[in-house]
Design a protein. Structure first.
Length: 282
């Protein structure tokens, strides 16, 4: 890995052999080096991946503002949930999550009232697994610091965990995704004549499919799976209502994200809608 920018004696921006940028921290890692010099691996203490929402300069500013003990606490939180999120989660969300945890702890010390976060209903409905992990994280914080943060803090922490799984630190994208998922479920409920059960396994699988559809859409990737034309035609003939609903879902998602959803996604969406219809009272 080679240095591309020196922030200070203890922080540099490095470029790995495949062209990936990383903010590298370590005592003396930036001392006396210039762009183009090799990075001494023995000096690397922590590694962070810049993203569109958290570019290198912002990462370094966050590092300067977050107390070291809060950064270590957040690393312990991510270690505790690594079995679910995977070992690479810290690269994407350690600093943004540490920034939030530090802010929440500071408010708790000052006795400030709990914050009324937006999406209080949507997040537990759409991301129950991440909310469960967030509550687990709050228990780790209480155990390590002796501070019980408000239950409402599970909402923003869960959104950071969603970011970790989507490989981004840009909270605005996840908030947009959450609002669009809510719109989609409301649309399907109107089409089926009854609200979709937010707690069902069928709904959870559909939400997971939509999450990765949006990821692929943003990255301009082809669908991860596609139904063949014959199956799609059969489904369209057998389930015209569900097919039409799937087309509306594809149009809504495409409109919200400024992309065209691949028509190959429609049969897959129709299958999900059909499963939702089967468990929704008419």
């Amino acid at each position: 890995m080679r240095v591309t920018k020196v922030f200070n004696n203890n922080a540099v921006l490095g470029l790995d052999p495949v062209g990936g940028e990383r903010v590298l921290l370590g005592t003396g890692i930036g001392f006396g080096v210039r762009p183009g010099d090799p990075v001494d691996p023995a000096l690397i203490g922590k590694t962070f991946a810049p993203t569109h929402g958290t570019p290198p300069e912002r990462l370094v500013r966050l590092l300067a503002d977050i107390p070291a003990e809060d950064l270590d606490l957040t690393a312990a939180v991510l270690d505790d949930v690594q079995d679910v999120l995977g070992p690479e989660a810290a690269e994407h969300v350690l600093l943004p999550l540490a920034d939030h945890v530090s802010f929440a702890l500071r408010r708790a010390r000052e006795g400030a009232p709990a914050i009324e976060y937006p999406l209080q209903w949507e997040v537990p409905t759409l991301y129950p697994a991440e909310v469960a992990l967030a509550r687990r994280a709050l228990r780790v914080i209480e155990r390590e610091r002796g501070v019980r943060l408000p239950d409402a803090e599970a909402v923003p922490v869960a959104l950071h965990f969603v970011n970790a799984q989507l490989g981004t630190a840009d909270m605005s994208q996840t908030v947009q995704l959450t609002r669009v998922l809510t719109e989609v479920l409301e649309l399907i409920g109107r089409e089926l004549g009854a609200p979709v059960d937010p707690d069902s396994a069928v709904t959870a699988r559909f939400v997971t499919h939509l999450r990765y559809l949006v990821v692929d859409l943003r990255a301009a990737r082809a669908p991860r799976a596609a139904a063949d034309d014959q199956m799609g035609a059969a489904l369209r003939d057998a389930r015209p209502r569900e097919w039409a609903c799937a087309e509306r879902v594809a149009a809504l998602v495409g409109e919200r994200f400024g992309r065209t959803v691949d028509p190959a996604e429609v049969p897959l969406l129709a299958l999900h809608v059909d499963r939702l219809a089967a468990e929704t009272p008419s």
